[in-house]
Write a protein that binds this ligand. Structure first.
Ligand code: FMN
Length: 357
């Protein structure tokens, strides 16, 4: 399905090298003044970089608001945003050859050969442009309630940034095009990206995200726990293959005496209490517990690489050696950070609206 949501409902449409991509956001109250500067900032972070390790496809992400906004203010009707595709090069793709680890083969089978596979078609990360647009609206609404969502590049390959302090993550003065806690790691990360690119290869990375200021008690367990809704949206982002909350998989190696987040009095906190540690990542029982929500999303390496590998000739259904043509990113985590933030904003804002029901 291409729709998600509860109080807010999102639908995405379009293909990478078709006429346009876009989305419909339903459920926004009337009277929200769109923060176009925030929208532009977030879209800018998703856009390909000028650096050599980014895809050379150039889309300026000009968008058209088709419905739902009058004079920059939501009017209560579904908000439809459309991004026309301009830098389209269908000839770069050989849709009859399914690339290894891309969606091509599975999509071809699912849609009986009728799907548009150019540039990944409907499976392209270009579909995340409307998602980031909607995320920016949710971000602005959350900020009015003292809730901030920010992230950093936790790792690229084996080059690691520091981790957020789970009890008090700080946005500091992140460079938004390459957010790092330890800025001195940028050089090593960029060198690695350039090296990987020069080898015609790609590489994976991890984005760590924090949500601060969320009240306790958000979430609708059993099935709409905060973890499950966040994970649902995070796993919808192309190339995300792992998600962990708080101490995540490390919890499986701990004893309870270490893992438990012990309570303490805290006069600065709205509830008068908080916890010494935050191994739970701000979520217990599927509900927010007023500690920062901390999670990580692992991006696999970009599948399209300039190396000969066996794909599938979809007509003959036989493996063939081919290398990906076209313009591709080297690491999805860089542009992925703002997409992770966007889905977190949408998810938390949706929970807040459910609370008000
Ligand atoms: C920001 C971003 C940029 C991406 N750029 C490319 C790209 O240039 N080439 C490519 O083959 N895949 C790219 N991907 C990944 C594919 O879209 C994704 O791997 C593919 O749709 C298969 O889905 P899956 O990896 O979730 O299984 C990108 C993903 C993200 C999040």
């Amino acid at each position: 399905m291409n729709s998600w949501g509860n109080m807010l409902r999102i639908s995405l449409f379009g293909e990478s090298h078709g006429k346009a991509v876009g989305g419909v956001l339903d459920g926004l109250r009337a009277g929200i003044e769109l923060d176009f500067a925030q929208i532009e900032q977030d879209l800018g972070r998703r856009r390909p970089r000028t650096a050599a390790y980014s895809t050379q496809r150039r889309e300026n992400d000009e968008y058209e608001l088709i419905s739902g906004v009058t004079n920059g203010i939501t009017n209560g009707a579904p908000l439809t945003v459309m991004f026309k595709n301009k830098d389209v090069k269908r000839d770069d793709y050989k849709p009859q050859i399914a690339r290894p680890s891309h969606a091509d083969f599975a999509a071809y089978i699912k849609h009986n050969g009728f799907c548009d596979l150019s540039g990944g078609g409907h499976f392209s990360a270009r579909l995340t442009a409307p998602l980031v647009f909607f995320g920016a609206i949710a971000r602005t609404e959350l900020r009015k309630q003292g809730i901030e969502v920010f992230s950093h590049i936790k790792s690229i390959g084996d080059v690691e940034d520091d981790s957020f302090n789970p009890v008090s993550p700080q946005k500091n003065d992140f460079e938004l095009d390459f957010p790092l806690i330890d800025k001195s790691k940028r050089k090593a990360m960029e060198e690695l990206l350039s090296e990987v690119k020069s080898e015609g290869d790609s590489i994976g990375g991890v984005v760590e995200c924090a949500v601060t200021g969320a009240p306790a008690g958000l979430g609708e367990p059993f099935f709409d726990s905060v973890e499950s809704c966040l994970a649902h949206l995070l796993f919808s982002i192309p190339a995300v293959k792992g998600v962990e909350f708080g101490a995540g998989f490390a919890l499986a190696k701990m004893r309870g005496s270490i893992a438990n987040d012990r309570f303490t009095e805290n006069p600065t906190n709205k509830y008068g209490v908080s916890t010494h540690t935050n191994n739970a990542g701000g979520i217990t029982g599927g509900l927010t517990n007023a500690m920062p929500i901390i999670f990580r999303a692992a991006f696999k390496p970009i599948p399209s690489i300039a190396k000969q590998q066996s794909g599938i000739d979809l007509q003959a259904m036989k493996p063939v050696s081919a290398k990906a043509e076209g313009r591709h990113d080297v690491c999805a985590a860089l542009r992925g950070a703002v997409i992770v933030e966007a889905v977190a904003c949408i998810c938390i804002y949706d929970f807040i609206l459910r609370e008000k029901q």
